[in-house]
Design a binder for this molecule. Structure first.
Ligand code: UDP
Length: 272
C-alpha cells in the first residue's frame, strides 16, 4: 500500500482490491491487463506453495477471461525460473528448460509454465492479443526489506552491520536488472503484442560471492560474510540472452549495476 501512496491522488489511477483466483466482473473499457499477481521471492512462494500454484493457474485463467471479455491486450509476467537449473547458457527463449516438476520450487516454476501454456491457449483458441515476459532477477527501490531475495538480504545485513549470508559456496551466478529497465521492457512488449516469450533482464552475469563483495564495497561494511547451506534446486547459472528483446522491441538495459545499486541502497537506508 505504501508503494502506491504517491499514485493515490492521480486522476487516472484507481485501486481495486480483489482476489484474482475468483472471477472478475468486466465493467469498463480496458486497454491492457498485466498479470503480475504472484509471489516472486523463493522465501515467499516456499511459504505459500498452494496459493502460488493457484494464482499462476486459476488466477491467470481468470485474468485471461477478463481480457477476452473486454477485448484487452494481455501480458503475463513469467520468469527465468521456466528454465529451471539451465543446461543451456545463456538462456534463449527457445530453450525448454530443466525444471524439477515436484521439488520445492515447482510450485512457482510449474505455475508459471502452466500460465504460459494457458496464455498461448487463449491466444490460439480465443484470439486474445497476448504477450509473455520472462523476467530475470530484478531489483530497485520499493523492494521489501524482508523479501528474502539476495539484493534486500545483502543490503539489509550490510546496513545493519551484520554479516552477509551467502548460500552454498557463492559460485552460482545471477544477472541483475534495474527495475526501470524492466518496466520499459514490459510496456514495449505489451504494446507490441508479440506472442512468443521475451526475456527481459540484464546480461551482466556475476557470482553471488562477487555480488556480496560489491555490496561490501558499496556500503563499507566490515562485518564479513558467512556461508549457509544452498537451498534445494537453486539454479547454478543464470544469464538472459536478450537478442529477441533487442530485435523485436528495440530494448536493452540502460541503468548499469553500480548506479542501480546506489539508488537501491539509498532507499533501504531510509527503511532501516
Ligand atoms: N542468496 C544468498 N543469500 C541470501 C539470498 C539469496 O546467497 O540471503 C543466493 C541464492 O541462493 C541464489 C541467489 O542468491 O543463488 C539469488 O537468490 P534470490 O532468492 O534473490 O533469487 P533466485 O534467483 O534464486 O530466484
Amino acid at each position: 500500500m505504501e508503494n502506491l501512496a504517491h499514485l493515490r491522488a492521480a486522476p487516472a489511477f484507481r485501486f481495486v482490491e480483489a482476489d484474482v483466483c475468483e472471477p472478475l466482473a468486466v465493467d469498463e473499457r480496458v486497454d491492457y491487463v498485466m498479470n503480475l499477481a504472484s509471489p516472486a521471492s523463493p522465501k515467499d512462494y516456499l511459504e505459500h506453495p498452494v496459493e502460488t500454484l493457484r494464482v499462476g493457474s486459476e488466477g491467470t485463467r481468470n485474468l485471461l477471461e477478463y481480457a477476452k471479455g473486454c477485448g484487452a491486450g494481455f501480458l503475463l509476467a513469467s520468469t527465468s525460473e521456466c528454465y529451471g537449473d539451465p543446461l543451456e547458457h545463456p538462456q534463449r527463449e527457445t530453450y525448454w528448460g530443466n525444471v524439477n516438476p515436484n521439488g520445492p520450487r515447482s510450485c512457482y516454476d510449474e505455475a508459471k509454465r502452466f500460465a504460459e501454456a494457458m496464455t498461448m491457449a487463449y491466444r490460439r483458441a480465443h484470439g486474445v492479443k497476448t504477450s509473455i515476459v520472462r523476467i530475470f532477477n530484478t531489483f530497485g527501490p520499493r523492494m521489501k526489506l524482508d523479501d528474502g531475495r539476495v539484493v534486500p538480504s545483502f543490503m539489509g545485513s550490510a546496513l545493519r552491520g551484520e554479516p552477509i549470508t551467502v548460500f552454498g559456496d557463492g559460485l552460482q551466478t545471477r544477472s541483475f536488472c534495474y527495475v526501470s529497465d524492466l518496466v520499459d521492457g514490459i510496456v514495449r512488449l505489451a504494446e507490441s503484442g508479440y506472442a512468443e516469450p521475451v526475456n527481459i533482464g540484464n546480461p551482466v552475469e556475476m557470482t553471488v560471492l562477487e555480488f556480496a563483495r560489491a555490496i561490501e564495497q558499496l556500503t563499507g561494511t566490515t562485518a564479513g560474510i558467512v556461508f549457509e547451506p544452498l537451498p534445494e534446486d537453486d539454479p547454478k547459472r543464470r544469464q538472459p540472452d536478450i537478442t529477441r528483446a533487442r530485435e523485436v522491441l528495440g530494448w536493452e538495459p540502460k541503468v548499469d549495476l553500480e548506479t542501480g545499486l546506489r539508488r537501491t541502497v539509498e532507499y533501504f537506508r531510509t527503511r532501516i
